[in-house]
Design a protein around this ligand. Sequence first.
Ligand code: ZN
Length: 86
Amino acid sequence: MNTPSSRRTLNSTQRKNPAMCQHQPPCPSADSADREAARLTVHHPEQGWSLLCNGVLLFEDTGELLPDGQIIAPHRPSAGRIMKVA
Ligand SMILES: [Zn+2]
């Protein structure tokens, strides 16, 4: 008798990709360089943040919070904002 040994028991490892993005073609994932190209699912300009469909939380100051908890520092283009040193 042939018993297929290809059957794998599913470990309870969480899937890394939260199946939030249902766009076709799928948007860049949260760990890709152009993650900001994903579409907005939640937009709260009055609170200064948006949630992209890949799970990235995008802040008004261009800072980001990735789904795995990683924080990306703001990287706004140097628009000539003058920093005052008090
Ligand atoms: Zn998407």
